[in-house]
Design a protein around this ligand. Structure first.
Ligand SMILES: [Cu+2]
Length: 176
């Protein structure tokens, strides 16, 4: 082997180590969604996608109609009121709702309403843009974690701070 090639080996090893480090961010996450009585009523599956995190939610046992659903800023779901989950995840100090007339908006944790059918079941797959499973201020695994919260009423998608979506009826800690 030529000297030149021998010198290349440590450089290649260094490159591989750096790639391995950059790859430690979780690619997927999940949340077990509990109601106010502490019963599990659904699940959420999260995965890293190009422009954010894709969230697939599946729930049962809710009232029919549209329900506000958001990523909240603390990964703590203590029923029955789930106030421990804090406000909406909002690392950019934005206004609430995709239809808010004030900039910047929306919250990183804002999501479209979840439609629940007459049989109490609802499911949706949405992409939360501007959040990540990796590092940084917009990480769903920032200090203290985050949670997924479902509200009693529809989110009007414009009123600060939470779209008049009413009580919190279900909550799941976003977990690795
Ligand atoms: Cu909420």
């Amino acid at each position: 082997m030529h000297m030149r090639n021998l010198l290349l080996i440590p450089a290649l090893l260094g490159f591989c180590a750096a790639a391995a480090l950059a790859d430690t961010a979780p690619k997927a996450a999940h949340a077990n969604i509990m109601n106010a009585q502490g019963m599990q009523i659904g699940t959420a599956k999260l995965k890293a996608v190009k422009d954010g995190v894709q969230i697939s939610v599946k729930v049962a046992g809710l009232s029919a109609g549209d329900h506000g659903i958001h990523i909240h800023t603390v990964g703590k779901c203590e029923g029955p009121a789930f106030t421990t989950a804090g406000g909406h995840f909002n690392p950019t100090s934005a206004h609430h709702g995709m239809n808010n007339t004030m900039d910047p908006h929306p919250h990183a944790g804002d999501l479209p309403n979840l439609k629940v059918a007459a049989n109490g079941k609802g499911s949706a797959t949405v992409v939360a843009k501007g959040v990540t499973l990796g590092d940084g201020a917009n990480s769903l695994f920032h200090d203290g974690g985050t949670s997924l919260v479902i509200h009693a009423k529809a989110d009007d998608l414009m009123s600060d701070p939470s779209g008049n979506s009413g009580d919190r009826v279900a909550c799941g800690v976003i977990s690795k």
